[in-house]
Design a protein around this ligand. Sequence first.
Ligand code: AQP
Length: 333
Amino acid sequence: MKKNIVFSGIQPSGKLTIGNYIGAIKQWVKMQNKYNCFFCIVDLHTITLKKKNFDLNNAILDTLSIYLACGINPKKSVIFIQSHISEHTQLSWILNCYSYYGELKRMTQFKNKLIKYNFKNINSGIFFYPILMASDILLYQTSYVPIGEDQKQHIELCRNIANRFNNNYGNIFNIPKPCILKYGSKILSLQETKKKMSKSDNNYNNIIYLLEKKENIFKKIKLAKTDSDKTRKIKYDIINKPGISNILNIFASLTGEKITNIVKNFNGKMYNDLKYETSKVLIYFLEKIQENYYNIRNKESFLKDIIYDGNIKAKKIAKINFLKIKKKINLLK
Ligand code: AQP
């Protein structure tokens, strides 16, 4: 039987965080045993925001090394680079013509970026980003897209565009479904619990990187914002106790323990006890990933071979599917 297709990607826009792992990569590792998986390094999305002295080429290899270190297996999954497969941008133009200004304007991520950059110097790449993302997904006839909560709205848009296209031309695109975890789909920033943890956050104390040093983990988790509830009771309540709930989410996601059990085990204990144990969980968990990472990161020819192989496999599918789309809209006889 033909396996369903899974597509997902991460921007090589900085050092990956435990948010990227818990929300996305953790799901990928599991899914690669069951599905036909395409894991992309979405470098074209990264150039929507420009950072001074940022070495994108290096960041792509860092991201690939993290994928591998976390357990993405190039023998099971296709790992490739978005900009190397020209069909992504070609399809993106076509889909631009089947999507509306109004729907792109409503995207929360876009609105947040407008605020973050004070409505100044917003390039149109940021505006069209969700269309390129839809192209990434639809090009491979994807069934499932494992992502964090923040990307949910973009998948809804992608589904709308695919349905619109199908209504015009027959069943061209598979309609993809998002896979979003019940717990851990939005790991919060450690000190500003109203927003998610993000690799491009300027405040490093908000983030635990996958390559975070042991001593920083203790320090950052210790500094993590909690709440002013006088009872200091450890309980899962994302509305009233976002900080503590976030720490519980991290603990649960990395150990596989149920939140209710963790809460029971910490009954009567202090916030600092939970923070200390969570730091230990993080250190134990990240140790292996970091060891794997440092073993492969300087093997550039090994990494480039993986990209080469992945690109060939992705290109083959992308080319066939894109030709079908072009034929349907009469761009090709
Ligand atoms: N805090 C998070 N909790 C859970 N999942 C998260 N993801 C990101 N942050 C969290 C998921 O990771 C995947 C890759 O995301 P991306 O790099 O393509 O862009 P992003 O969502 O904008 O992630 P960042 O870390 O916030 O990147 P920057 O700072 O560059 O914008 C996605 O599946 C995302 O949901």
